[in-house]
Design a protein around this ligand. Structure first.
Ligand code: ADP
Ligand code: ZN
Length: 192
């Protein structure tokens, strides 16, 4: 995004299904900020322990150092005054406070980049991402490839039986599917 007049910051949101390249795109933007010698701080929520404790790691093995936080307010407390760019991954696992926190950081003049799932395994908007889309200056919707038919995929198909909204997993538990191939009831049919 081009910088506009004044010292104000802004909010960028990268959203889409699993495997759509959200983490890759987040890491790419943060790397470029580091190359430009901006002071960058990167956060991810406690819940995501899939790949690495101290890194954001994409499904394609791209990674970047990050700090784990338990809540959105912890990001606000941990953000240094002179930090220019804040990266946040797995935005859907944060509480509703993330909306106020993102606004406050942007008001302080920081560029805030948040990646996260737009929908849960049933295709329902995954809070707080819809609210973040509303307040963001810039939105990127990423799409995966449907593993069934090769079309662009916007849904995250859960492959295992569970009605919990949050089940942490990768390729063994989820796959990307297009609207025609997506079956929200599959996770019930497989029986539990
Ligand atoms: P996200 O953060 O959206 O889950 P990642 O950035 O972690 O996505 O991973 C994206 C990478 O996942 C792609 O570049 C590709 O290498 C890999 N990948 C695996 N399955 C798929 C798929 N069905 N569609 C697109 N990319 C996939
Ligand atoms: Zn399909």
């Amino acid at each position: 995004m081009e910088r506009h007049s004044g010292d104000s910051g802004w909010i960028e949101v990268i959203t889409g299904s699993m495997f759509s390249g959200k983490s890759e795109e987040l890491i790419r933007r943060l790397r470029r900020a580091q190359i430009a010698r901006r002071k960058v701080q990167i956060f991810k929520p406690m819940i995501d322990e899939r790949y690495s404790e101290e890194h954001i790691v994409s499904h394609s093995e791209m990674k970047i150092e990050s700090q784990i936080v338990k809540s959105a307010n912890e990001i606000l407390a941990a953000a240094a005054m002179d930090t220019e760019v804040i990266g946040i991954d797995e935005g859907q696992f944060f509480d509703q406070d993330l909306i106020r926190v993102a606004n406050q950081l942007a008001d302080q003049g920081k560029r805030v980049i948040i990646a996260g799932l737009d929908m849960d395994y049933l295709g329902r908007p995954f809070e707080p991402m819809p609210m973040l889309l509303a307040i963001a200056e810039d939105i990127t919707k990423t799409r995966a490839i449907c593993v069934r038919c090769g079309s662009p995929a916007t849904y995250t198909q859960r492959l295992i039986a569970s009605r919990e909204r949050v089940v942490v997993g990768a390729a063994e538990a989820y796959e990307a599917r297009c609207r025609s191939c997506f079956d929200p009831h599959l996770s019930e049919k497989t029986g539990d």
